[in-house]
Design a protein around this ligand. Structure first.
Ligand SMILES: *[C@@H]1O[C@H](CO)[C@@H](O)[C@H](O)[C@H]1NC(C)=O
Ligand SMILES: *[C@@H]1O[C@H](CO)[C@@H](O)[C@H](O)[C@H]1NC(C)=O
Length: 224
């Protein structure tokens, strides 16, 4: 009897774990596709932003094609140009549980340590040699140079980074298993977000002057 009870509890726990897993991802679509109709706007619920769909009879082939990443985007001072392709710029992928990014790196350019709270990423080096890696929750780093044609996976929520170590520009194509993966860059999340200086000094063992240097570098609001 007790044994039956405990196996029933185990089954319930497994079901609960599976449900949690499902709730943690993008919801399953309940229709083939949902091209947002900009005229209708969006509804915000506690969990999601829901776009109202066009009548499917008005969907066109072009709704499912994105042409905005044939060439590199605009380069930042870190030598990276990223074009994020989400439902805002590519309405056809709305509700389909995925999105992607094209990133170009100049020679020596970096994609600074960052993470995506809602998605695992597969990063495909289309061109070039890119030192790529991530850090797991025990602070173990997994990194090496990825050559053209290779892919690396960055598990959801883990800090990862890339640097073009080749002699030519590099192009990377990343795909996410969420239409809204989110992205937090560690340097600007820490030094550009307005966290109390004293706390940062204690956390990083930096002087007020050094904190000031970091703020000027990563806080768009601190103009000097
Ligand atoms: C969608 O469009 C079709 C064809 O124009 C129409 O018959 C149908 O009523 C529309 N559906 C909705 C929900 O507006
Ligand atoms: C690059 O910058 C120009 C000028 O600010 C802008 O019009 C264009 O949309 C930007 N391109 C991308 C991919 O963001």
């Amino acid at each position: 009897m007790a044994k039956k009870m405990s196996s029933a509890i185990t089954i319930l726990l497994v079901i609960f774990a599976l449900l949690c897993d499902v709730m943690a991802s993008d919801p399953d679509p309940i229709q083939d596709y949902c091209i947002p109709n900009p005229k209708f706007g969006a509804i915000r619920t506690p969990l999601h932003t829901i776009h109202l769909c066009k009548n499917s009879s008005e969907a066109t082939t072009d709704d499912f094609i994105f042409s905005g990443m044939k060439v590199a985007g605009n380069f930042s001072d870190m030598g990276i140009a990223a074009i994020s392709v989400n439902p805002t710029v590519f309405p056809g992928i709305n509700t389909l549980g995925m999105s992607f990014v094209r990133a170009d790196l100049k020679v020596g350019g970096i994609n600074p340590p960052h993470f995506h709270p809602r998605a695992t990423e597969i990063s495909h080096v289309v061109k070039g040699s890119v030192y790529s890696g991530f850090v797991d929750s025990t602070n173990r780093v997994f990194a090496r140079v990825i050559e053209q044609g290779e892919v690396m996976v960055f598990p959801r929520g883990l800090v990862h980074f890339q640097m073009n170590v080749g002699k030519k520009p590099a192009t990377i194509f990343g795909s996410f298993n969420s239409q809204n993966p989110g992205s937090q860059r560690i340097p600007s999340a820490i030094f550009g977000s307005g966290i109390n200086d004293e706390l940062l000094e204690k956390a990083f063992g930096l002087s007020p002057k050094q904190i000031g240097t970091m703020r000027r570098r990563f806080d768009p609001k601190s103009v000097s």
